[in-house]
Ligand binder design. Structure first.
Ligand code: OSB
Ligand code: MG
Length: 368
């Protein structure tokens, strides 16, 4: 397939409510949206890089010029038969997996549409719905957290993940656990602890959490392995896993027993599927993470999460939790703790052009 041209758009959307993690508070999101055009078809993808490198190293200011000046020109007007061709052309360029993912994911959507198939069929999934949990940001009080947990459990979410930070951890979890003794609960530290916080982490070990997500440094696996050997609770790795190789190394040394796969973080669907397969070969379950996506990224995540080793409920909750209005026409809403998989060709969602224009900060057209 020949990609004729690309459109790289930057949009800004307000979140319905602030999302606080150990690394900051987000009230709005600036999001790259890519459209690839080929013979009358359009393939869509959403970038997960943020304005500042607070999660991993990549950020919008570095990613957009790389995509526009290097990645897209490398593939435009060439015959690409398979996402592997695209990945191979990106091989000389190190890292920058979020940037590569944006282009790769756009190609998958295009490719699936050209075959008239839903993306999940090409990825190897076969589900009509996927189990979902919810990721709750840091709230203003214990009571407010309890209300949020209660609300989302009553909506059927199959797992509640609570963001924690130093000073907002053991007391919070003790409090929540007391009200919801049976709930499937997890915590996400986003790398805010070190091994010297072992007392806090061992205190968390007493609340039968399903896992503790990314307690230690974003680029560490060795200390995670040390920590895992001192905990009953499984560690789930997020930030630390950028590739199938990272997954192999981390699981080889027992640095965790669960992986959160974010398709953008690892470089696209091909890489995400390989991380999924590596985890399966270790008997390690995975789940699909999120980065507060609009319907474009969310639909990609949902299709990926149809693969068989996505055993645990992911973060791919209802779009209406994040946005007053989404940029896609189709609602992506959960029912009873499950998210339906869009059934149309490709990712199965279409852009609301009018609304998209209203959110747009800038548009670049890239031609061969
Ligand atoms: O660590 O999983 C994370 C959001 C932004 C950056 C990092 C993370 C998150 C979330 C939210 O937890 C997941 C979502 O609801 O999309
Ligand atoms: Mg996380």
């Amino acid at each position: 397939m020949k990609i004729d041209r690309a459109e790289l758009r930057l949009i800004k959307l307000n979140l319905l409510r602030p999302f606080e993690t150990s690394f900051g508070v987000q009230t709005e999101r600036t999001i790259p949206i890519l459209t690839l055009f080929a013979g009358g078809l359009e393939g869509y993808a959403e970038g997960v890089m943020e304005e500042l490198p607070l999660f991993r190293e990549e950020f919008i200011g570095g990613a957009l010029p790389l995509i526009q000046e290097t990645l897209l020109p490398t593939i435009l007007a060439r015959d690409i038969h398979h996402p592997q061709d695209l990945w191979d052309s990106f091989r000389p360029f190190r890292g920058n997996r979020m940037a590569k993912a944006l282009v790769e994911m756009g190609f998958w959507d295009l490719w699936a549409k050209s075959l008239g198939l839903p993306l999940q069929a090409l990825l190897g999934g076969n589900r009509s719905e996927i189990p979902v949990g919810v990721s709750l940001g840091i709230q203003k009080s214990l009571e407010q957290t309890r209300e949020q947990v209660e609300k989302h459990l009553s909506q059927g979410y199959q797992r509640i993940k609570l963001k924690i930070k130093p000073g907002w951890d053991t007391r919070l979890i003790a409090y929540i656990r007391q009200y919801f003794p049976q709930a499937v609960l997890t915590v996400d530290a986003n790398s805010c602890y070190s091994l010297s916080d072992i007392q806090v982490l061992q205190a968390l070990d007493e609340f039968h959490l399903d896992y503790i997500e990314q307690p230690l440094a974003y680029d560490d696996i060795l200390d995670h392995a040390r920590l895992q050997s001192q905990l009953k609770t499984s560690i789930c790795l997020d930030e630390s896993i950028l590739s199938p190789e990272d997954a192999r190394k981390a699981l080889s040394i027992n640095a965790g027993r669960v992986i959160n796969i974010k398709v953008g973080r690892v470089g696209g669907h091909l890489q995400a599927r390989q991380v999924h397969d590596v985890a399966a070969s270790f008997g390690v379950p995975v789940w699909c993470g999120g980065m507060l996506e609009t319907g474009i990224g969310r639909a990609h995540n949902i299709h990926l999460a149809t693969l068989p080793n996505f055993i645990k409920p992911g973060d791919t909750s209802s779009s209406s939790r994040y946005w007053q209005q989404d940029i896609v026409n189709e609602p992506l809403e959960t029912a009873g703790g499950f998210m339906p998989v869009p059934s149309g060709p490709g990712i199965g969602v279409t852009l609301n052009r009018q609304f998209l224009e209203r959110c747009t900060l800038s548009v670049e057209n890239i031609k061969p």
